[in-house]
Write a protein that binds this ligand. Sequence first.
Ligand SMILES: [Zn+2]
Length: 310
Amino acid sequence: MRNSLRYSGLVLAVALALSSAAFKRSPVEQRNAILISWDGALREHVRAALARNQLPGLARLIRNGAMVDIDVVGHSTDTKAGHAQMLTGYDAQTTGVYSNNRYKAIPAGYSIFERLHQVFGSKGIATIMLTSKDHNLGSRGPGLLTEPDPYYWVRPGITVFDGDQIRSASVVGGKALHYIGRFANSGRFLLFIHFSEIDAAGHKHGEDSEEYDQALAVCDKWLGTLLKELEKQGIDDRTLVYVTADHGFERASKRHGNAPHIFLATNDPTVKIDGQQRDVAPTVLSAMGVDLSKIRPALPGRPLSAASSN
Ligand SMILES: [Zn+2]
């Protein structure tokens, strides 16, 4: 009896090992997370490109995970407000970031980077914020007539802040590979990577342009490269990867003033339900082992693995 139990356990373990090289239900205290923002990626456009097999990296990511619908609610569909909610879980009333023009610096301690340090210690996890735009994701101090950037108070609590510059996907992607290599085998990490190509193509050529498709493909290629790097480093089985957007785009337009349709794609097999942008941060934090009930102020969203509704 004992032997047959052991044998069936072994068969199950082998079957699981062969099923994919992707993320497995690793102990939460060993997990890393990579959160990727495809700035300006419209959900319907991404799904259509995926259906045309133009996004092999994304297809690979969600093969054993999920892609759920996310709506932006309660703030402008722009870069500042979208990222402020993505990276804190709070509504604009709490962060002070309502839009690109109406904003304050996010209070210290409210970002997902700082939350992980509060729970696991300053040395217990490394956090990296890697961006490709300046002010809207910036950390610069106040000017004569301007507020400090949104991440001014947050930056000191992040292990590595690599931003305040406009950069291409190839520069940011290359740096992301560098950070994965640097932190892969020295404990846990959270790496946030921001790509601005899709938004830029949309503004210049329109959401219905070939250039918008090409920009999606560029970001997807980097996603595939990063997934391969996780395998090479031997950490793919304990690294959660999430791809989302700050806002979508208006159809056949060069604007995103009213563009609430985004998504969350992930290798996390527990993600099951559609939600709102405020749910992205609690989804990531709870998968990393943070007890959401202890966070103050309380987060308004919920993990998208939850079966209950609110
Ligand atoms: Zn934009």
